[in-house]
Design a protein around this ligand. Structure first.
Ligand code: MGD
Ligand code: MGD
Ligand code: SF4
Ligand code: MO
Length: 808
């Protein structure tokens, strides 16, 4: 593929590819956007190329791209200058996103395993096979979904299983990703999701990162901050991290701490605020109350904890002095005091960001609570650029998982299956008979895979869509590979390429991806983004959402009563403009006279109004580059997005005169909780047999398991295979040089890798780091499935490992 580069802001890829001329019926002809942004640079004139908007397929930043299509193929991609998130910029993955559609081994036909071998079958056979297995044992069926599901896909899956099968065994890969952020928000403010937005990056004086490699994982946002620095703004970057990364290279203060000691560091900041008389008493008295995790120390912690006085709180944080915390955290007392002084200074605006460091943590909820606590206590809360904001990783972890409620306890709009009034509300919106929704919370991800991969475990059919658990679950020997030995377990996998997961699948379904289908994503700043189908999927590949609806219809035909609403109508009953039912379960009708995405989205929208998360109407999303909810209609008929929730100046739901109002507070008093959460040791620590810490994560060039990015030649060449990052000290002690083969061994598995010393990242002595993108080097055979008791999110960031040199 020839690539022509124009400038940093105008990078166009054009691809010479074979013509495919089938009709694509995603966008109604009348709704086309002008390709030239008003006042902006025109898109390049490439003969025969038409342009349309879409969010980037990859990360939670949610950049918009303009996609150039010629002869039925994506041939060019350009950063979208009309998009507020990225203003025309993209990162290296975004610039190459078009190529992910065209790997040579796309899945194009459904395949069923017969005598150990996957053999092509028809869609009818595939749908029939799934429906019959579910019909035989609906309560033994589970859905494992994704923060990369589009909103309508997740919504349909959620309605199908919770509203149709009366079964709550649905959970997404996002459980591995942002579940701790959810429990952190809920137990602090009573409702999930960030109150603030990316505009904070333009207003903050100080940016504190609490354990995220911002430069590589949210690169376009990172550059938004760094651009200000380069232009001469006097802004400070503090990188709290367990290893030196590309982010650290640009930081003013790199504070390398020991894994898990982040709990003590946060409490140490709180201690210093109190000691220095720097608590924001005005803000705290008006808007906060204190909370501790138990009645008395020694009792198990609970999610909502117990009330606590300020005096008691003061005593609880008293032991976290800089001197005491310096002994265990790896930071010096002076470094800890620097943090204390920063937060004590209210003249500076401080933005805190975090991602997997605090979330993938056996104390993930606690760590999230503590970051919010430091901000609330110090009064660094509520001005643009001054507050805590959790970053999500996947493009629709917020949209599809948190808002649509595809977690095993949730319903759309932040409702819960185990709250009778909330379940009743969902039944009413879905027009279901009372009692249809099962009040028992379903299995969370780790539990679901345990039940599937153990003989006698009560999940026997599992459908995976848009995720690759064979590579990404922790301790995959136990939670995935074990399936191979169990004859009665049936694994269905919808994917676009062969993966570590399809290897064990009994049925593989070829899916349409990204701009091969209509879609809606919700990014990290509450921004809902819509796009239309632009090209056809290859071969017989079909939308994930269609697959779900087709199975639901087959169950309807088989007589499953749950597939009908109160009036006997199909769960996904859809009518055209003339009121005629459209058989959307037939692929020929799916992109026909109705836009299924729009129908599902509009059905879902009333759920979002229950807890003031009003997403915009679909037609408004068509016109915009995403809108941040709550999106509320104005007297003049226009729709307005909300940049900051809970602040009167911005949020239409704050009562007049309140200034700040936490209107979903847990105690019903409009106040947020300032939490004390104690230091709790991690479940596995290095010892004489396994003397090092193993940390795992990502690299700039690759998306997770590399199924897409490893098929893009430019990205594969830039980062061809996984490696282990070893500190110079440990390498010298073990006689290891860069390029040597070494073996990593944990109590769960072992893996050979090439050592990299003083490479892109640098671990401190006693630590190693391995990225997980390489399907030929499955690091999750070594990781631990221990998880946070509240969020159930596993900790991939720390376990004990030993390193053995294999060969030079
Ligand atoms: N290029 C690229 N970008 C991506 C992705 C991708 O695959 N590739 N994936 C997206 C997704 S889904 C996600 S979730 C994000 C992940 O984004 P990040 O969280 O930024 O990335 P990771 O590599 O998972 O985690 C790295 C960080 O974990 C921290 N850490 C390790 N141990 C601890 C600890 O004990 N406490 C604390 N506080 N921190 C610790 C380290 O300091 C390091 O900065 O990236 C998103 N963006
Ligand atoms: N060791 C370690 N493991 C981790 C983590 C870590 O930090 N360390 N992080 C965890 C986190 S935060 C996350 S988010 C997970 C991510 O883990 P996964 O979600 O399992 O990883 P992906 O590679 O994103 O998987 C997406 C799959 O969907 C396929 N796909 C792409 N588009 C479509 C589509 O439109 N339809 C369908 N059906 N399939 C499609 C891709 O080919 C790919 O196989 O990994 C977790 N695992
Ligand atoms: S920062 Fe994320 S959303 Fe933006 S171009 Fe890169 S991968 Fe895509
Ligand atoms: Mo993630």
């Amino acid at each position: 593929m020839p690539v022509l580069e124009a400038s940093r802001r105008r990078f166009i890829q054009s691809a010479a590819m074979a013509a495919a001329t089938a009709v694509v019926r995603g966008r109604p002809a009348a709704a086309a956007d002008p390709p030239t942004p008003p006042g902006g640079l025109a898109l390049p004139v490439l003969p025969g190329v038409t342009w349309d908007k879409a969010p980037c397929r990859f990360c939670g930043v949610g950049c918009h791209v303009q996609v150039g299509v010629r002869d039925g193929k994506v041939v060019a991609v350009s950063g979208d200058r009309q998009a507020e998130v990225n203003k025309g910029l993209l990162c290296v993955k975004g610039y190459h996103v078009g190529h992910i559609l065209y790997g040579p081994d796309r899945l194009t036909r459904p395949m069923l395993r017969k005598n150990g071998k996957l053999e092509p079958i028809t869609w009818d056979e595939a749908i029939d096979t799934i429906a019959r297995r579910i019909h035989a044992a609906p309560q033994k069926f589970a859905f494992y979904g994704s923060g990369q599901w589009t909103v309508p896909e997740g919504y349909a899956a959620n309605k199908f299983i919770k509203g149709g099968l009366s079964n709550n065994h649905i959970d997404p890969n996002a459980r591995l990703c942002m579940a701790s952020a959810v429990t952190g928000y809920i137990s602090t403010y009573g409702v999930d999701e960030p109150y603030n937005c990316y505009d904070d990056l333009d207003h903050c004086d100080v940016l504190v990162l609490w354990g995220n490699n911002f430069a590589e994982m949210h690169p376009v946002l990172f550059s938004r901050f760094i651009d200000r620095k380069l232009k001469g703004d006097r802004i400070t970057l503090v990188d709290l991290t367990t290893r030196h990364t590309r982010t650290s290279e640009r930081a003013d203060h790199v504070l390398v701490f020991q894994p898990q000691s982040d709990l003590s560091i946060a409490n140490c900041i709180a201690h210093q605020l109190i000691a220095a008389n720097a608590v924001a008493t005005d803000f705290v008295e008006k808007h906060c109350t204190f909370r501790k995790p138990w009645k008395k120390p020694g009792d198990p912690q609970t999610l909502m904890g117990e009330p606590c006085s300020f005096d008691e709180y003061k005593q609880l944080v008293a032991e976290y002095t800089p001197e005491a915390v310096a002994k265990t955290s790896g930071l010096s007392a002076e470094q800890l005091r620097l943090l204390g002084r920063l937060f004590a200074d209210r003249s500076k605006k401080i933005l805190s960001l975090w991602c997997m460091g605090p979330n993938q943590h056996t104390q993930g909820t606690a760590m999230n609570n503590l970051i919010h606590a430091v901000h609330l206590l110090s009064g660094h809360w509520g001005r643009p650029g001054d507050g805590p904001q959790s970053l999500t990783g996947q493009p629709s972890a917020c949209g599809t998982v948190r808002e649509v409620g595809t977690l095993s306890h949730a319903l759309p709009g932040d409702l819960r299956v185990d709250k009778p009034d909330q379940a009743a509300r969902a039944e009413q919106l879905w027009n279901l008979p009372p009692g249809r929704i099962n009040p028992k919370v379903g299995y969370h991800a780790v539990e679901m895979w345990e039940k599937f991969c153990t003989a006698g475990g009560d999940i026997d059919t599992l459908w995976v869509q848009v995720t690759n658990p064979g590579q990404t679950l922790p301790n995959v020997h136990k939670l995935f590979d074990a399936k191979a030995k169990l004859p009665n377990k049936f694994l269905i996998v919808s994917d676009v390429y062969p993966t570590a997961t399809t290897e064990l699948a009994d049925l593989v379904l070829p899916s349409a991806m990204w701009v091969e289908k209509n879609g809606v994503f919700g990014n990290s700043e509450r921004r809902t983004q819509q796009w239309f189908k632009m090209v056809n999927p290859p071969g017989d590949a079909r939308d994930d959402c269609w697959q779900t609806i087709a199975v639901a219809r087959k169950l309807f035909d088989l007589g499953h009563s749950g597939m009908r609403d109160k009036d006997g109508k199909f769960l996904f009953h859809m009518t055209d403009a003339k009121g005629q039912e459209v058989p959307v379960w037939k692929w020929e009708s799916y992109y026909g006279t109705v836009n299924v995405d729009e129908k599902l989205f509009e059905e879902y929208r009333p759920f979002t109004q229950i807890k003031h998360k009003d997403v915009a109407p679909y037609p408004e999303l068509v016109k915009a580059r995403g809108l941040r909810w709550p999106v509320v209609k104005q007297p003049d008929g226009t729709w307005k997005e909300t940049r900051y929730r809970f602040l009167e100046e911005y949020d239409p739901y704050v009562a007049k005169g309140k200034g700040v109002q936490f209107y979903h507070s847990v105690a019903g008093d409009d106040k947020a909780f300032i939490w004390f959460r104690p230091y709790v040791p991690p479940p596995e620590v290095p010892d004489k047999d396994y003397p090092l810490w193993l940390d795992t994560g990502r690299v700039l060039e690759h998306w997770h398991t590399g199924t897409m990015t490893r098929r893009v030649p430019q990205l594969k060449r830039a980062m061809p295979s996984a490696y282990v990052e070893v500190s110079r000290d440990d390498a010298t002690a073990l006689g290891v040089k860069t390029g040597d083969k070494v073996r990593l061994e944990t109590r769960r598995g072992s893996l050979e890798l090439t050592a990299w010393i003083d490479g892109r990242g640098k671990c401190p002595k006693g630590h190693v780091f391995v990225p997980f993108f390489d399907e030929t080097k499955l690091i999750n055979r070594l990781t631990l499935e221990a998880h946070c008791p509240f969020s159930k999110q596993p900790d991939y960031k720390k376990c004990a490992v030993r390193l053995v040199k294999v060969s030079a």
